[in-house]
Write a protein that binds this ligand. Sequence first.
Ligand code: HPA
Length: 294
Amino acid sequence: MMSLIEAPALVNLGFKIYKIIMNSDYTQQIKRAAEWLSQKTEHRPKLGIVLGSGLSEVADGFRGVDIPYRDIPGFPVSTVSGHKGMMRITPEVMIMIGRVHYYEGWALTDVVLPLFVMHAFGVKKLIITNAAGAVTPQLKPASLVLIRDHINLMGTNPFIGANDPELGPRFFDMTRVWDHEMRIQAQEVARAQLSKRYPLPEGVYAALPGPNYETPAEIRMLQVLGADLVGMSTVPEALAAAYLNMKALGISCVTNLGAGLSQGPLNHEEVVEVGKIVERDMQTLIQGLVARLQ
Ligand code: HPA
């Protein structure tokens, strides 16, 4: 007869085994997608780029092999307008044109899966872009801002659960998650090629789960917390970059002032539209960086 004390221990053991099986499934999923991609092209870029809302045309300057996410085994596919959902692999870069978000209902492990796949494919450095609201009123819409640090206010994390040491460490450092050297290189490109934007402002990005934009009180709270920018992405990806020991540069495109800092209500069309205004400059910056980071 099983005692009442043993029953929870057994349930716990079952749960642990389940998590380990799920985890090795994740490792398999990554390997399968990376191997599948490696058969589609001879290119083996060392740099990865993630393009956010309204920024997909930044990829136009790069020629390579296009692979829709829906064709890649196990890849999550975005449902948000302004997000194309395609991987472009060129000799220099692996570009994610669009990403999936937590607010779409994806688990954060799915949100970061493409980064694990890029890593397995050989990518060592990342440029992560997004559309963001300004928390600091000095940051005007249509500014490009380099992410110096971030605050995770999503209330969750892709690394909760059993850890597979084959992929990365249980506890990992976040002190230098946003690479200083890459920020210097971005400033040098801006000085040479985008002089009217030089020096690019730098700031702290706070990630909330979304999908709503913030309340004015939440924007004031974010100011108190030391955030300069707010958005609904990027931080899970930065966590994956740190876990996988990849260097990361973050570039936010400020599409609007945070709620309550301007008169009007916020909407997604405005976010995508302002994204379009700075797309050309974002493209110049990223092309300059790609040339430098080789
Ligand atoms: N808040 C959150 N996410 C955003 C915003 C915003 O104001 N603008 C673009 N993405």
